[in-house]
Design a protein around this ligand. Structure first.
Ligand code: ADP
Ligand code: MG
Length: 385
């Protein structure tokens, strides 16, 4: 893909528009795990099919909320919630009922012996065995035979702030799921590459990735990460903040799923107000309220401010030349959480540079991972050992 003069291509839309722990560029972590929200689908997911795999290179974005698999030639092969439904047959033995949308359908509808699991928290593995099973299920759809999986050359996105132990766990899960060769690449870099950036060029770039359970910023260029910051705050906390806001400002009780849908609709629904259904906090009766995108922006502001204040810290680490590269280009925004109303504007205010929201921010990391694979030099430069 040809690079535009600002170093970012058509993958980017025009710019403009509490009390938590964080990780910094030294890889130190004092973050805690948090509760999970709900994932949602993003456009029609393609049916898993071995026909879709070109064999040239496959990229997996194993996100807290969504898993995206991208083939370097054939594009998106899988884009579904990172969820797995298990049926326990007494004792510790369980069988996989389904993953992705199939598992999501069962949330809140499970009966005895059935459990829906999210294998990742804050972008990293919490349970090796579950993640291995999940990855195997995802891969089986794309590469159904053991031999096909052994031949795979795969890029897997990993948070820039993941610890060596967390990265090891992911590699082990990939190996045990049958992947022949797996390269772990920093997710923010993949996101920017998915927007058309060439990460081997000397010019520095800055990219923000707002996921469901974690947010990261990374500056990179000339074949290396310059600095990064991570915080275990993301779209899930924004949903929680909106739920609280609706409860306090409108005395309406809504569930996690309704709050998340309202948050997402604030972006996709062009009308000045949308209807949210819930129960009256006092009478318990069903009631609706009208919510505007401005209110959604206000409700999530404490979370977005906190995220941004952690992320802006990375500017202090950068040499002046890199800062001027970034001033000239702007900040690339990827990850579903970056779509929340008001986010791009807050980034612009805090960083003092233009925000460059990605066109399809939920799939850019996977696409970028596949593009990285096409160039062994890029893999060599950015893959974690
Ligand atoms: P992850 O990489 O952690 O799986 P994603 O990049 O897939 O995360 O983004 C998922 C998050 O983005 C969820 O918290 C979801 O609620 C949020 N999200 C998705 N679409 C929108 C939208 N239009 N507006 C606001 N938040 C959104
Ligand atoms: Mg992500």
């Amino acid at each position: 893909m040809e690079e535009a003069s600002n170093g970012v291509t058509s993958g980017v839309r025009d710019g403009s528009s509490n009390g938590q722990s964080h990780r910094n560029g030294n890889g130190h972590s004092n973050g805690n795990g948090k509760g999970n929200g709900h994932a949602q689908s993003h456009g029609p997911a393609k049916t898993l099919s071995s026909k879709g795999m070109s064999g040239k290179g496959l990229s997996i974005d194993l996100g807290t909320a969504n898993t995206v698999v991208w083939d370097s030639e054939n594009g998106c092969l899988f884009n579904e919630p990172t969820m797995m439904a298990l049926r326990f047959n007494g004792g510790r033995h369980s069988e996989v009922i389904g993953i992705g949308h199939v598992a999501e359908e069962l949330v809140g509808r499970t009966h005895d012996g059935v459990e829906v699991i999210r294998p990742l928290r804050d972008g990293v593995i919490t349970d090796l065995e579950t993640t291995r099973r999940y990855l195997r299920e995802v891969l089986q759809g794309v590469a159904s035979t053991w031999l096909q999986r052994r031949r795979l050359n795969v890029a897997i996105g990993v948070p820039a702030g993941a610890t060596p132990l967390e990265r090891r766990a992911l590699l082990e899960a990939a190996e045990e799921a049958g992947i022949g060769r797996a390269h772990l690449l920093p997710e923010p870099v993949c996101g920017a590459v998915g927007c058309g950036v060439d990460p081997l060029q000397p010019r520095a770039h800055l990219v923000v990735d707002i996921g469901a359970g974690t947010s990261e910023i990374a500056a990179f260029g000339a074949g290396g990460l310059l600095t990064y910051r991570s915080t275990p705050l993301g779209g899930d906390e924004m949903t929680a903040a909106l739920l609280q806001y609706i409860r306090h400002e409108h005395q309406l009780v809504v569930g996690d799923l309704q709050a998340e849908q309202a948050k997402i609709r604030a972006f996709s629904d062009p009308s000045p107000s949308m209807v949210v259904e819930g129960r009256d906090a006092v009478t318990g009766k069903a009631r609706i309220v009208n919510l505007s995108p401005e209110e959604v922006s206000e409700a999530v502001a404490p979370v977005t401010q906190e995220i941004i204040s952690v992320l802006t810290g990375c500017l202090d680490d950068l040499p002046p030349q890199s800062v001027s590269d970034i001033m000239a280009e702007g900040v690339i925004l990827v990850g579903g959480g970056s779509l929340v109303p008001g986010f791009a504007k807050k980034v612009e205010d805090a960083f003092g540079v233009a925000a460059l929201p990605a066109e399809d921010p939920l799939t850019r990391v996977a696409e970028g991972g596949a593009r990285c694979l096409a160039n062994p030099e890029t893999v060599e430069a950015y893959a974690f050992d």
